[in-house]
Write a protein that binds this ligand. Structure first.
Ligand code: BG6
Length: 498
């Protein structure tokens, strides 16, 4: 009985999340510079199941980067996105119609600082976000802004070697201050870095490392992430002096791990992999490096320059909330996997999509609970969703598979709230179909709204409501009460305490 009556808190943030480089397009308009996202070429022969373990982007050198910039033949989908730059009013109106009271989007760094090292921002770029933020606020939504989501200006890679160079601390902090100064009265919730923990998966698009500009990749990755920790703290320090209402969050890509067996070796190995992931939130939320990381650096001859001044800054400027994306869980086998987060094993109990991303709402409940128990800081579900090759017919998509996925995951959030966890937002990924980050496909769709564009950008770009549009609208309108929390087939219910 009690379950039927559950509803989400009145002030809960329901919305959706996007990234500039996957929606905006207009890559060469109004003074925008080129970024890492603009050189992700679409590959129609890509192996969807295997692309994650060998991300070609990470192999980029100065030469391959220049070749992509000069390439006249290939199609680079993130240069065109889903045309949000021209259709933002229509898209925000659709979100409003669904009942969103919040919208997470990112600002494109190369629109504001085209090369990244200028001293003055590009006013034309800022004007675009003046309009977007005004529209979002007018629609009754709280803007949640990511400052950097996989679009480092290319010049910062070729000239400075990316985030491993301490000069980027100054460049990104300057960019962040411009945003805070301009939007502090309208935007209270900021995420400086998208998914900060994927340094092995995304050393190119997250850290800006080119293979010809590093002699020691592992050391450079950890130096780059340290520099990002320092940037977070600098941003927090500036924001709290500007307006104490501003909240700055750290964001992880959740990699919930399960041990393959109850062999103690599997348990300890899994604990270590999870702990390695927590490290990326430990430093910004607790203000210091955990001992196991310092030991790892020492025993592996990894020299990260952490100054006394850095330690003080980190200690005194911890962040306000934890945001994380959750798509699927991973399973680990101590005999076949290593500490490299890209190595995982199959989970025979879970089914997945064409890209091998499994459906596991219990994994999300588990993740939320672990984070809360560890940090006791407010939690934002910054991304969640089910990528699928939708079939568009008669002007719509019957996406019951997406509804089922989202329903179960929202129920997982509900269970955590019932436990007393402060989860304050649920922001499904890509509410209006957008270009995939990992594969640059348009056909890996997450949206409540179908966008008539294919993998080569062909189509009208027009928007069509899917079945999930109306379903999510009802969820929001009823504060989640419209969900069936007592469905006996719901994995969340099956796993109830006995
Ligand atoms: C997250 C990213 O990793 O996952 C998004 O923050 C991304 O940018 C999302 O789009 C889904 O990944 P993909 O590869 O399916 O687009």
């Amino acid at each position: 009985m009690e379950n039927k009556q559950f509803s989400f808190p009145e002030n809960f943030l329901w919305g959706g999340a996007t990234a500039a480089c996957q929606i905006e397009g207009a890559y060469d308009v109004d003074g925008r510079g080129l970024s890492t996202s603009d050189i992700h070429r679409y590959n129609s022969k890509l192996d969807r199941k295997k692309y994650r373990s060998k991300l070609v982007e990470n192999e980029h050198t100065s030469a391959t980067l220049a070749a992509c910039v000069a390439d006249q033949d290939g199609y680079y989908p993130k240069r065109y996105g889903n045309e949000f730059y021209y259709r933002y009013k229509e898209d925000i109106a659709l979100m409003k119609e669904m009942g969103f009271n919040s919208f997470r989007f990112s600002i494109s760094w190369p629109r504001i600082f085209p090369k990244g090292d200028e001293t003055k921002p590009n006013e034309k770029g800022l004007e675009f976000y003046d309009k977007v933020i005004e529209e979002v606020v007018k629609a009754g939504m709280e803007p949640i802004v990511t400052m950097f989501h996989y679009d480092i200006p290319l010049h910062l890679l070729t000239e400075y070697g990316g985030f491993k160079n301490p000069k980027l601390i100054g460049f990104m902090t300057r960019y962040a201050k411009v945003l805070l100064d301009r939007y502090a009265d309208k935007v209270k919730c900021w995420i400086p870095f998208n998914q900060t923990n994927l340094i092995q998966y995304c050393s190119f698009k997250s850290l800006g490392i080119l293979r010809d500009k590093t002699d020691n990749l592992v050391e450079d990755q950890y130096q780059a992430i340290h520099n990002q920790f320092v940037i977070n703290a600098e941003i927090k320090k500036y924001a709290k002096a500007l307006n104490p209402e501003i909240k700055i969050g750290i964001m992880l890509a959740d990699c919930t791990y399960y041990p393959n067996t109850c062999r103690p070796e599997d348990i300890v190995f899994t604990m270590r992999r999870i702990r390695r992931q927590y490290f990326y939130a430990d430093v910004p939320l607790r203000g210091e490096y955990p001992g196991h990381m310092l030991r790892y650096f020492k025993e592996n001859d990894i020299h990260v320059n952490i100054t006394e001044e850095d330690r003080e800054l980190l200690k005194n400027n911890t962040l306000d909330f934890l945001a994380f994306s959750y798509y699927y869980s991973r399973t680990l086998d101590s005999q076949n996997n290593t500490m490299d987060p890209r190595t995982i094993s199959e989970n025979p109990y879970l089914k997945g999509n064409a890209w091998g991303w499994t459906i596991d709402p219990l994994g999300m409940y588990n993740a939320i609970s672990q984070y809360w128990d560890r940090y006791q800081k407010p939690i934002m579900i910054a991304e969640n969703g089910f990528g699928y090759e939708d079939v568009f017919e008669d002007g719509t998509v019957h996406d019951d598979y997406r509804i089922n996925y989202l329903k179960q995951h929202i129920q997982a959030v509900g269970e955590a709230i019932k436990d007393g966890v402060d989860v304050f937002a649920y922001l499904p990924w890509g509410p209006i179909d957008l270009v995939s980050s990992g594969t640059a496909e348009m056909s890996k769709r997450y949206g409540f709204v179908y966008v008539d564009l294919d993998d080569f950008g062909k189509g009208s770009g027009d928007r069509f409501k899917k079945d999930s549009f109306y379903w999510y609208q009802k969820v929001i309108a009823t504060h989640g009460e419209g969900l069936c929390f007592d469905n006996p087939e719901n994995p969340i219910m099956i796993a109830k305490e006995k």
